[in-house]
Each structure stands twice: as structure tokens, then as C-alpha cells.
Design a protein around this ligand. Structure first.
Ligand SMILES: *Cc1c(COP(=O)(O)O)cnc(C)c1O
Length: 400
């Protein structure tokens, strides 16, 4: 099957009542015909649902669909089609929490790079240290530094990658970094939210786990918060990882899963348009006299264009720009937008524009913000599916 077909039909199982779409199973518990059946389902001898926190048919459909998309066209070490296992979560942060807590214990360390998603960074800074889990942040464009840091510290157990990443769309070379991680027997993880499996498949480079905030492009319509954790080791996914998900109470719900399944049906079409619109917007902004910099991996002068080109099928819908006039120019630009929406988040059908210095990073000191690349004039844009001429006209009048 082609990937467009998988977006639509992948993971669907016939419904007992022949409903065309998998219904919303709004049931917190499931009954047993007999004590015998209860024993068999509880012990895993017979497949079946038990309790909503452990699983739900509407949720399982979308887990199967996303596993198939991430595994599309990939082979395992034996040359068979790659099988992956996914667990849907209440949010991207819930998926990241399950990932970290089911794989790390006190004394273990993570190696990662600067400019992770804000919530992930806060988890690393504010929660993990209290559990005895430290994080080493290094420049992952320096292979020797990464190798020597890992070699010197036996406690480093996990490599955590996010590419492309805010705010300047830095890309990390998944093939090279995952190979270094594997040389040292680390658990390698990638946050693939900005790309979706349609643009980038980290499992092609041997990573162990991929997470997504499904809130973004996968849902695509901004209707539900969600996250997914996908792993290649069935035994681990079905034991430690599943147990952590259940005991954290990190489960999603049937309604959000239903919305996600419906969103995914159009993922391949949407990603094509996000990418082609973003490229046109980036090219337009590059020439604009008020714009100092355009950070878009599709532009040949982006510092990580070559990495993006090697591992991404297209360059995605996200970019950031730096306005010459600083905070005031950014505020005036934001206030004049008419077609584009001033909102955080990304990956929805409409173009979302945000000004980190006045929103997500308003509580962060000026010096700290600058150190993470967030200047007063930085604007982040998630380019939507509107007629591209309308997006460009709106930016033009707001810049003017
Ligand atoms: C939004 C986001 C997250 C967190 O996901 P939530 O669904 O908001 O919990 C993690 N990583 C990236 C790259 C994101 O954009």
C-alpha cells in the first residue's frame, strides 16, 4: 500500500456493527462472559479490552495507523517489514514523560542538544534532577565532542534528539547521531513532531523511540491535545513502557483519538500544501527589506539545509523570521495580521504566528532568551493551507 492509502485505511479494523468509521467507544469498562474469560483476558491468553485506562478500540485504531506510517517502507535487521508499537497519550508531554520514566532511573543521564521544545526543557531542568536524572547538553554538530562526552560518562544512558527544532529550525543529523548513540549502546529517541512520518522517519536510522505531539500536524485541525510514543521493541513496549503509561494515567480518550484518526486521513495532502506554501512564503520574506533573517531549512543558505535535505522528504511548514525593528516592529506586525492568527501551537490548517518574546518566553530574562536564539524581533510561523497569495498579502500589509 502507498503512504496516502495508509493515511486513510491504515489501522482500520471492521466494526462489529459494520460502521464505516471506527465509532467512539465511550466506555470506561468492558464486561466478561464468564470468570474463565476474565482470567484469560487478564492473563493475556485471550485478546480483549478490560478497562479504559488500559486500552480502547478507538484509541487502538489510531495507534496502529501511526505505527504503520512511521514504519512505512522500512525493514528490520532480518529484512522483514519493520513492525512498530505505539501508545497514544493525553499529550505530547505525557508521551515524553512515559518515555523518560520507563527508560531511566536515578543516577542515569541524558545527552541532548540546546533548543528543545520548551516543555521538554523544563522537564529536564525542573523535574528530572529531583528524581536523580541529570542531563548533559552539548553541540550535536560536533561529533568528537558528543563521542568524548559519552565515553567519559558511563551514566549517560539516553540520547534525546529533536529535529528540526525551535526557534531557528536547527536540524540534527539523525543518521550520524543515532550511529554514535548506538556505538555506545544508548537508548536513542527522536521528537518527530515538526516533520510527521510523511517528511522524516527516524526509525530509518535505527532510533529506539519516536514521540510526537499529535496536537500539531498529525491532528492537523487544532481540535485536540495528544501525544504518541512509538517503539521498535515489542517486548519493552508491552511491558515497562505500557506499565508506566497505565500507572501515570497518561491515557488519551476516545473522542480525541477519533478526531486524530479523522485528521490523519488527509495528512499526506496537508503536508504537501504546508511545505509548498512555506517555501513560497520563505522565498517572499527573504527579499523583504524589513526582514533581517528567514530561518527555514528549505532555503539553501540555512546553516542545516544539507542535513534537512538528506533526511527530510520536504522542508515542512515551520519557519521563524527576525524583524529588523526589534520588539516594537514585531508587536506592530503581530497586531496588524488579519488572515494569520496570533496564537501559539503549530500544524493547524490555518497559519499561526507567534511572538515568543511577548508570549511563551515573556517570563524568561532578556539574556537567557538571547542565549537560546529568541531575540525581541523573532517571529515564529506555522504556515497553513490557505491560498498562498492570501498569506503573503497578509504578511505584506502587516510588515508595511
Ligand atoms: C507541542 C510540542 C510538544 C508537546 O506536546 P503537547 O501536546 O503540547 O504536550 C513536544 N514537542 C514538540 C516539538 C512540540 O511542538
Amino acid at each position: 500500500m502507498g503512504i496516502d492509502t495508509l493515511c486513510i485505511h491504515g489501522g482500520h479494523a471492521a466494526d462489529a456493527h459494520r460502521a464505516h468509521l471506527t465509532p467512539l467507544y465511550a466506555s470506561s469498562t468492558y464486561s466478561f462472559d464468564s470468570v474463565r474469560q476474565g482470567v484469560d483476558i487478564f492473563s493475556g491468553k485471550e485478546p480483549g479490552y478490560i478497562y479504559g485506562r488500559f486500552g480502547n478500540p478507538t484509541i487502538n485504531e489510531v495507534e496502529r495507523k501511526i505505527s504503520l506510517l512511521e514504519a512505512f517502507g522500512l525493514k528490520d535487521a532480518q529484512g522483514n517489514d519493520l513492525s512498530l508499537y505505539a501508545i497514544l497519550h493525553a499529550s505530547g508531554m505525557a508521551a515524553i514523560t512515559t518515555l523518560l520514566l520507563s527508560n531511566l532511573k536515578a543516577g542515569d543521564k541524558i545527552i541532548t542538544h540546546p533548543s528543545l521544545y520548551g516543555g521538554t526543557q523544563e522537564m529536564i531542568d525542573k523535574i528530572l534532577p529531583g528524581l536523580g536524572i541529570a542531563t548533559v547538553i552539548v553541540d550535536m554538530h560536533n561529533d568528537e565532542l558528543v563521542r568524548s562526552t559519552i565515553s567519559k560518562d558511563d551514566n549517560i544512558k539516553m540520547m534525546y534528539l529533536e529535529t528540526p527544532a525551535n526557534p531557528t529550525l536547527q536540524c540534527i543529523d539523525l543518521k550520524r547521531l543515532s550511529a554514535i548513540g548506538k556505538e555506545h549502546h544508548l537508548i536513542v529517541c527522536a521528537d518527530n513532531t515538526f516533520c510527521t512520518p510523511l517528511l522524516q522517519q527516524p526509525f530509518a536510522y535505527d532510533v529506539d523511540f519516536v514521540i510526537h505531539s499529535t496536537t500539531k500536524f498529525l491532528n492537523g485541525h487544532g481540535t485536540a491535545i495528544g501525544g504518541i510514543l512509538i517503539g521498535r521493541d515489542a517486548r519493552r513496549m508491552n511491558t515497562d513502557v505500557k506499565k508506566m503509561h497505565r500507572l501515570l494515567g497518561a491515557n488519551s480518550n476516545a473522542f480525541d483519538a477519533f478526531l486524530l484518526t479523522n485528521g490523519l486521513r488527509t495528512l499526506s495532502l496537508r503536508m504537501e500544501r504546508h511545505c509548498s506554501n512555506a517555501m513560497k512564503v520563505a522565498e517572499y520574506l527573504t527579499k523583504h527589506p524589513q526582514v533581517a533573517t528567514v530561518n527555514y531549512p528549505g532555503l539553501s543558505y540555512h546553516p542545516h539545509h544539507a542535513i534537512a535535505k538528506a533526511q527530510m522528504k520536504d522542508f515542512g511548514g515551520l519557519m521563524s523570521i527576525e524583524l529588523k525593528g526589534g520588539f516594537d516592529a514585531a508587536a506592530s506586525f503581530m497586531n496588524k495580521l488579519k488572515v494569520c492568527t496570533n496564537a501559539v501551537s503549530l500544524g493547524t490548517c490555518d497559519t499561526l504566528v507567534s511572538h515568543p518574546a511577548s508570549t511563551t518566553h515573556v517570563g524568561v530574562s532578556h539574556e537567557l532568551r538571547l542565549a537560546s536564539g529568541i531575540s525581541d524581533g523573532l517571529i515564529r510561523m506555522s504556515i497553513g493551507l490557505e491560498s498562498v497569495a492570501d498569506i503573503i498579502a497578509d504578511l505584506e500589509q502587516a510588515l508595511g
